[in-house]
Design a protein around this ligand. Structure first.
Ligand SMILES: [Fe+2]
Length: 537
């Protein structure tokens, strides 16, 4: 039976065993992986592989560099022994091992499963080739293969007794996309099979075909080596842009294994790929460099154009959302923005942070700070800021008092907090600089929906940088910086009833927002950026 026949039989069996709901959830999860284009972004043909060393389950280290000195290398990334499709593929590779080795190549399989689990797979599938333990998916990450299994699918897996996160010794169910590579002896990928659908695997016949081509090339090269240079044209072949990419990556090799190295190599790979994809022209690269120079020129102690640029490109929200890992139902993140100013005055509960004249319509914001089980968090800090009714933050508006509409509050013993400010209004982000040009050429407006900024923090909890968005704002669906998340949309009640006003000790109508902040256990951290205040001219 061919590998594809075995996989198809398994697909049909799995389909028959699952409820319509589970089928739907699993199909949607595969579609989400496809939409995220993880497979398209994975290390691909023509790219050099990272030189890794990984412990083999039989003992000792497998060194990619040493294996390549012997000849081509076939690498199979698999999800784990819990995955039936992975076992089918591994057993198939075992059957093809003699053909692979006959062509002078080596075969290794890699998964993030802990050694005891990997050993079970080696034994149950009777594998004789090296199976390597990739702790924390470190190597899979360098191949750009990692992704998180959809939480709903994880629930089904747990129901089947499979705890993938625990199998991998990790906090989350992160796995590589199943992938099979054929690497030439020069360390460059000659064939890559990566598919968003985990039930699809590389055809071993194709792998062996690629190895046959490599063997033929090797024979041709060794035959031509004795020919005179003039006949082969040696030294006259133009260098490809991919070779330049490989050279640049090799140049930062010393940083490999460091976080800086990981980030820089990704920057190099992605920017080089971007240049190839859009066939970037030299004049366009210079225009981009000039754009960035002007972002620097217009920035000052009260304005940070690069943060604004990251915000309008949606990069800030991607980074915040990926980094946050907040619990289900807990407070979610949104953008910090370029107007946060650290050191706002401490205020007692019930205080009003509107200290200017004509700041806007009065608003009371109150509620509790709770943990995910509903227990009040005492002494939690809310660092809050907002604009006045004209949409201006005090640091860019010298007519407002210092630290106007900014303050820090601590939750009381019962977790409660209570503050007065003004009702947020929508406002334009600055469009008189390079970011404004970018918005204009892409036909976008520069408005942000009305929002109230908060950094919520407490010892033993993740600090959350976020915003609360007013539900009646016309820009809610088209935020210039993509900050709106449904859980952050809030409703202010208009209090104008004389009895309610009397109970609140107010003579004028006001807006009332009751909101509970739910914190996720974890490590507290600082905002990492603070703006200055523009001087009056
Ligand atoms: Fe803002």
């Amino acid at each position: 039976m061919s590998l594809e026949d075995e996989l198809e039989a398994r697909r049909q069996r799995a389909y028959a065993q699952r409820s319509p709901e589970e089928r739907k959830v699993r199909a949607a999860a595969v579609t989400a992986v496809a939409n995220a284009q993880t497979a398209e972004r994975a290390l691909g043909e023509g790219e050099p592989i990272p030189r890794f060393q990984l412990p083999s389950i039989e003992g000792g280290l497998a060194d990619a560099g040493l294996l390549l000195e012997r000849g081509p290398l076939v690498i199979s990334f698999y999800r784990g022994g819990w995955c039936p499709y992975c076992n089918i593929e591994l057993r198939s590779l075992q059957r093809w091992l003699p053909d692979i080795e006959a062509l002078g190549a080596s075969l290794v399989a890699i998964s993030p499963e802990m050694p005891d689990r990997t050993l079970m797979t080696v034994q149950s599938d009777a594998l004789t080739f090296p199976v390597l333990f990739d702790k924390g998916n470190e190597v899979a990450r360098q191949f750009r293969l990692t992704h998180q299994i959809d939480p709903q699918v994880v629930r089904y897996q747990l129901g089947n007794g499979n705890d993938v996160a625990a199998y991998n010794g990790m906090d989350t169910a992160e796995v590589p996309l199943p992938a099979t590579y054929v690497i030439g002896a020069d360390g460059v990928v000659r064939y890559a099979f990566v598919d968003a659908d985990y039930t699809r695997r590389a055809d071993p016949e194709v792998l062996v075909g690629v190895l046959r081509d490599l063997a033929a090339e090797r024979d041709a090269t060794s035959g031509a080596a004795s020919a005179p240079a003039s006949a082969t044209g040696a030294g006259t072949v133009a260098m490809s842009s991919e070779q330049i990419t490989a050279e640049v990556l090799a140049a930062i090799g010393r940083a490999s294994g460091t976080r800086t190295g990981e980030i820089l190599s990704a920057v190099i790979r992605h920017t080089h790929d971007l240049a190839r994809e859009v066939r970037l022209q030299p004049g366009e690269l210079l225009a981009a460099a000039d754009f960035l120079r002007r972002c620097g020129d217009i920035s000052d102690e009260a304005r940070h154009e690069y943060i604004l640029l990251s915000d309008v490109l949606g990069l800030t929200m991607v980074v915040d959302t990926e980094a946050a890992g907040v619990a289900d139902g807990a407070l979610e993140t949104s953008v910090l923005g370029p107007f946060y100013r650290a050191g706002a005055p401490w205020q007692p509960n019930g205080a009003n942070i509107s200290r200017g004249t004509g700041d806007g319509e009065p608003a009371r914001i109150h509620g509790r700070i709770l943990d995910t089980s509903g227990t009040p968090v005492t002494g939690a800090v809310l660092d809050v800021w907002g604009t006045n009714g004209h949409g201006l933050y005090e640091n860019v508006d010298p007519s407002q008092p210092d630290y106007n509409l900014r303050g820090r509050f601590r939750s009381a013993a019962d977790g409660s907090y209570d503050l007065w400010t003004v009702k947020p209004v929508s406002y334009p982000i600055p469009d008189d600089g390079p970011v404004g040009e970018l918005l204009a050429v892409t036909g976008r407006h520069n408005m942000r929906p009305a929002h109230f900024h908060v950094i919520a923090s407490a010892d033993g909890y993740q600090s959350v940088v976020t915003e609360l968005y007013t539900d009646d704002d016309p820009y809610l669906g088209s935020d210039a910086v993509f900050g709106v998340k449904p859980s952050l949309v809030v409703h202010y009640d208009h209090i104008d009833d004389s009895q309610a006003l009397a109970a609140a000790g107010r003579s004028e109508p006001y807006w009332d927002l009751e909101y509970d902040f739910i914190l996720t256990p974890g490590q507290a951290s600082s905002a990492g950026f603070s703006t200055g205040r523009r001087r009056a001219v």
